[in-house]
Design a binder for this molecule. Structure first.
Ligand code: GLC
Ligand code: CA
Length: 535
């Protein structure tokens, strides 16, 4: 069931990721919360100086012992007290909808917390009702783990449960036991969780770590790495190919099940998360059959070095594997990955924003990247770290004002503020040349242009040293995008005959360039991006 065109609002949408703990604290306990998010919705949409995004995605806000900051859920249909109440969540959903913002939550279907009542029951005895909701295995005679599978965060993926005398599987931390999706009761329960939130008005889910849903039933040992695999990026790198423990073919049955539940509710969207090469990821989108995820993060761009060939290849592979009706989903940052301003360098952040927002695709912007926040220097981070996988540096408080606590809290922030004097929303709002102002212009230009929002994509190669060039085209609207990813000015040789035009009007640029440009004479400054409407 594809739904009608208005149901497909997410095509070409810009989504904004909020890490609730770090966005805005309304009660001074140093931890961001739902009321804080509600109070800052002007930043996202509906006010003069909003970014103008289409939707917001919240990382998990459910009750949790917070071993993995909410990605270890102990109650799928509640709200953690530190974030607020269900009523406040309803108010936030309503506040978003009043501004025309869609509201997405995080669905974590592959594991629960060890504190979830299902797991508490499961580990109570081998005959417990929920025993088979998780993945248990006997040890071999020597007592070692049942297979060599490594956790994404390092160490064995098997945890010994002395009381019941078996191991349980955990793809992530030991506090995150994997659910057993081979058990139909799990599928039913998760479907009911989705319905609970859809009925409350949630517009969709970002679906966490889906490749971990199913493992090999025979528990075969993983081989050593043979091919570039994209799963790491967190703490652990086991040097093994997760051939038998992750991304098994059966995962498609799981995705089709949750898609069928989403299809009961018109206009909802599922955005899958799987760190896989785009060739494998394309299958998670149902190869155009429209029966798996609507969208899935393509992390090739995020993982690409800032280098012309690599960036071009990331875009071309994605374009090749997402047929016109299927939308790539790009992110350049998230709560698990180094900040783009640190990974690629602050000098490149304007060019990176241009790339994210002018390519054909859904763009997901991580809070703080629009003001160029950098990774926290490990020296200022708490010791021992909150997150054992070392991601605290990408999760520091959002910097709203140039004050010591960044306007994030009136108390002591749970993680230190990095550099609110140098980068904050207040100052950048007032400065037309700031990164934040560029983000606003790029999103506004995209909204105003059918070509940039939903048009097709066609690349041109060999246009100039370090220049990426592509055309976005929709009926009655053609926009040529040029981006010099190099650190030197670059002269372009544009195929004006093929373009059928020798000039055009600048729609948006990372620079001060404006008005009419003559294509034959284009020289792009270092790291300059320009989108030009071609008549
Ligand atoms: C996803 C989340 C990450 C979490 C992991 C386990 O990759 O983005 O933060 O640790 O899944 O749920
Ligand atoms: Ca708080």
């Amino acid at each position: 069931m594809a739904g009608d065109a208005s149901d497909r609002w997410w095509e070409g949408a810009v989504l904004y990721q909020v890490y609730p703990r770090s966005f805005a604290d309304s009660n001074g306990d140093g931890i961001g919360d739902l009321r804080g998010i509600l109070e800052h919705l002007d930043h996202l949409a509906g006010a003069d100086r909003s970014l103008g995004v289409d939707g917001v995605w919240l990382s998990p806000i459910y009750p949790s012992p917070q071993h993995d900051f909410g990605y270890d859920i102990s109650d799928y249909t509640g709200v953690a007290a530190e974030f607020g109440t269900l009523d406040e969540l309803d108010a936030l959903i309503a506040g978003c909808h009043e501004r025309g913002l869609r509201f997405l939550m995080d669905l974590v279907p592959c594991h629960t917390s060890i504190d979830h009542p299902w797991f508490v029951d499961a580990r109570s005895s081998r005959d417990a009702e929920h025993r088979d909701w998780y993945v248990w295995a006997d040890p071999p005679p020597d007592g070692s783990p049942p297979s060599n599978w490594e956790s994404v965060f390092g160490g064995s993926a098997w945890e010994w449960d002395a009381a019941s005398g078996q191991y349980y599987l955990h793809t992530f931390y030991p506090e995150q036991p994997n659910l057993n999706w081979r058990n139909p009761a799990v599928a039913t329960a998760m479907g009911d969780v989705m319905r609970f939130w859809f009925e409350r008005g949630v517009d969709g889910f970002r679906v966490d770590a889906i490749f971990a849903a199913v493992h090999d039933a025979r528990l075969r040992d993983n081989p050593p790495v043979r091919r570039a695999h994209m799963i790491p990026g967190f703490g652990g790198d086991a040097g093994q190919d997760a051939l038998w423990s992750m991304a098994r073919p059966e995962v498609h049955d799981v995705i089709r099940h949750i898609r069928a539940v989403a299809n009961e509710f018109p206009g909802r969207v599922l955005v899958g998360e799987a760190y896989l090469p785009v060739e494998e990821l394309a299958g998670y989108l149902g190869h155009g059959r429209d029966d798996e995820f609507h969208l899935a993060f393509d992390f090739e761009l995020l993982h690409s070095p800032w280098e012309h060939q690599h960036l071009t290849l990331a875009v071309e592979r994605s374009e090749a594997l997402h047929p016109p009706a299927v939308w790539p989903t790009y992110a350049i940052g998230n709560h698990d990955q180094a900040r783009p301003a640190s990974r690629w360098g602050a000098a490149r952040e304007r060019a990176a924003a241009f790339l994210l927002l002018t390519l054909r695709g859904v763009a997901v912007l991580y809070a703080g990247d629009e003001i160029g926040m950098e990774n926290a220097d490990p020296a200022i981070l708490p010791d021992p770290p909150f997150d054992r996988a070392g991601r605290d540096g990408y999760r520091t408080p959002m910097q709203w004002t140039p004050t010591a606590v960044a306007g994030f809290t009136t108390g002591t922030p749970w993680l230190p503020v990095v550099d609110a004097q140098a980068r904050n929303v207040l100052d950048q709002s007032a400065d037309p040349d700031s990164l934040l102002s560029l983000y606003r212009r790029l999103i506004a230009a995209r909204r105003a242009s059918p070509a940039l929002a939903r048009g097709t994509h066609r690349s041109f190669f060999g246009v100039g040293t370090d220049v990426m060039a592509w055309m976005r085209e929709a009926p009655g609207d053609r926009v040529l995008c040029l981006l010099n990813v190099g650190d030197q000015p670059s002269r372009c040789a544009l195929p004006t005959a093929r373009l059928g035009a020798d000039g055009g009007e600048v729609v948006v640029a990372t620079s001060a360039r404006a008005g009419h440009v003559t294509l034959a004479e284009m020289t792009l400054d270092a790291l300059e991006g320009v989108a030009i409407r071609i008549g």
